[in-house]
Design a protein around this ligand. Structure first.
Ligand code: FAD
Ligand code: NA7
Length: 535
């Protein structure tokens, strides 16, 4: 076997990297986790903007594999604020003594596959190189920030922030804040800042449908019940479509009369959660246009009820399909009733330029600002892979292989990139992510275990696992077909790579659901790692 520094290099120390580290160390491998941030947490290290919180209920936004910890570890409310998720991930790392395998403030700058020696060489930001048999990229699907290039940006004299790399402290008291973007992040930060600042102006391009999160304190009785049912809770989640803890509806919208429809929507509105509203009420909202309109109309009437100023209300009423990642809030619309909170429709009146003192819109008005917040999201999924050279066989880069759109086998592996495994790579399932991450980590660990086993039988051989091109094509076709009728595909957002200027939209997710995805992976394992070449 070739000389290597470690068996496996894992890049990223969020949910994915932490569990990969644990699994591979438990398998007896030497592991080095490389993380650009100064500490663990991934998303939850970087996104420490005011109001940042999960939209998955707290009980399911965690790992399922440590039952004792599930029963002991406390949380306070139905949804987790960023500091709580970060503290949880730090706790897991300490509890399982994983820090010893991790190197922080270190970026992977490049990686290349050495065909003759069958190993990966990773170039670090320190200038050092590390070699390994396996490279696991747990670099996140919402990790590369989208910073729109608005004319005049550099001329701004005030403070500029992006929600995806928020500093440890900020002081916005008595300041005028402009927020560009009103996706999940924009909704959260606007809600959190409205009471803290002198003036807040939301520069909104597309209004979104936002339903209540239904956040509340977890009572001791509820907690006791959860603790008694952990196995059942995870079994249900992992065998559902989305893994959010509710039963997805099988009822078509027009199979019930209008009164019943209203009752079902109202019940979900009161219960809370965006995914529950979209997928727990009726089964056809995401692909049937008329059904989608029913859900839209319900939410639009709620917005009109909540927002007292009819001009602001109309600006907040969405005009597109209800088919972006469903959002939920803890009082977003209500904040627009405050006199210090305004909303500008930048679709009707686009931003002309950023000036030294603020934002000037095309109609000539200038908004004086002390602070500019970019809540403009991410170059999602493949974006983070394309920013660094990752070279496979024949030294062809991943970015080049994905020029026509990113492809992978099962969201974890790419032909011509042997022994490279991705957590949450393109065409993985669209779900609550921790259970998907766990399923992928366990699958990848199994592939690595099997590869090592066969290599140990023949010491002349290096362990090798690589996705077959045909299997990859088939998987891409499956993902394409499954999303063909979805209204999500007809609505521009990061879910189909249609949110970044100059990026070609493409299929980035498997819409077949978590339960089916899990079955596909189990089937691959039972059939001798079908679709992978192993030598
Ligand atoms: P990440 O947490 O993104 O971690 C990737 C890590 O890789 C980062 O720390 C990054 O610094 C590091 N990295 C990247 N490139 C390099 C490199 N070249 N070298 C070294 N290190 C590198 N998902 C849900 O399912 N439910 C939710 O409620 C939810 N809420 C969210 C709220 C916000 C504000 C955001 C931004 C995302 C949310 N997500 C949610 C998605 C969230 O990203 C995932 O749930 C999960 O945290 C992903 O974990 P990960 O380990 O795969 O990636
Ligand atoms: P999103 O959901 O991609 O939202 C980004 C927002 O920024 C959205 O409102 C965009 O408007 C807006 N945007 C992006 N570029 C521009 C420019 N150039 N000008 C004006 N407005 C712009 O990102 P989030 O961070 O909120 O959420 C991402 C995921 O993280 C979320 O789904 C959760 O899973 C957590 P647009 O709608 O494109 O008109």
């Amino acid at each position: 076997m070739a000389n290597i520094d470690v068996d496996a290099i894992v890049v990223g120390a969020g949910f994915g990297g932490i569990y990969t580290c644990k699994k591979l160390v438990d398998q007896g491998l030497s592991v080095k986790v490389i993380e650009a941030a100064p500490d663990v947490g991934g998303t939850w290290y970087w996104n420490r903007y005011p109001g940042a919180m999960s939209d998955t209920p707290s009980k399911l936004y965690r790992y399922s594999w440590d039952l004792e910890d599930l029963r002991q570890y406390r949380w306070s409310r139905d949804y987790l604020k960023q500091p709580e998720v970060l503290a949880y991930l730090q706790h897991v790392v300490t509890r399982h003594d994983l820090r010893q395998h991790m190197q922080f403030s270190t970026e992977m700058k490049a990686a290349s596959w050495d065909e003759t020696r069958s190993l990966w060489t990773v170039l670090l930001s320190s200038g050092k190189k590390l070699t390994s048999h396996y490279l696991v990229t747990a670099i996140g699907l919402l990790s590369k920030q989208n910073y729109p290039d608005i004319p005049g940006l550099k001329s701004f004299n005030g403070e500029i922030y992006h929600t995806g790399s928020w500093p440890a402290t900020h002081d916005f008291k008595n300041k005028k804040i402009g927020v560009i973007g009103n996706g999940s992040t924009g909704v959260q930060i606007i809600t959190a800042l409205a009471d803290e600042v002198e003036q807040l102006v939301s520069f909104q391009r597309h209004p979104q449908y936002v339903v209540p999160a239904g956040d509340k304190e977890v009572s001791p009785e509820v907690r006791r019940d959860i603790d008694n049912r952990w196995e059942q809770i995870w079994t249900q989640a992992k065998n559902s479509m989305l893994g959010f803890g509710f039963e997805e509806s099988t009822v078509p919208t027009f199979s019930v009369n209008p009164e019943e429809r209203e009752r079902i929507f109202e019940k979900a509105w009161k219960e809370g959660n965006g995914f529950n509203f979209m997928f727990g009420t009726f089964c056809d909202i995401s692909y049937n246009e008329a059904a989608n309109e029913e859900a839209q109309n319900f939410i639009k009437s709620k917005i009109r009820e909540k927002v007292k100023d009819p001009i602001k209300a109309e600006r907040l009423i969405p005009k597109d399909w209800f088919a972006r990642r469903p959002l939920c809030d803890i009082g977003y619309y209500e904040k627009f009733n405050k006199p210090n909170v305004d909303i500008i429709d930048i679709k009707a009146n686009p931003i002309a330029e950023i000036t030294p003192n603020g934002i000037r819109t095309q109609d000539g008005s200038e908004w004086k600002l002390d602070v500019l917040v970019f809540a403009t999201g991410f170059d999602a999924v493949d974006g983070n892979y394309k920013r660094m050279p990752i070279l496979g066989t024949s030294r062809r880069s991943l970015a080049d292989s994905w020029r026509e759109g990113p492809e992978s086998y099962l969201g974890v592996s790419v032909p011509n990139f042997p022994n490279l495994f991705m957590i949450l790579g393109p065409n993985g399932p669209f779900t609550n992510l921790p259970p998907t991450i766990e399923i992928q980590v366990e699958f990848i660990s199994h592939l690595i275990f099997e590869a090592n086993k066969s290599a140990s039988v023949n010491p002349e051989r290096q362990p090798l696992v690589e996705a077959e091109p045909n299997a990859t094509k088939e998987w891409s076709t499956t993902c394409d077909e499954l999303s063909a009728n979805s209204l999500f595909r007809k609505t521009d957002s990061w879910i189909f790579g249609a949110n970044v200027a100059g990026k070609k939209p493409s299929v980035l997710f498997y819409f077949g659901g978590l339960a089916n995805y899990k079955k596909v992976l189990e089937d691959v394992i039972q059939n001798g790692t079908k679709g992978f070449n192993t030598f």
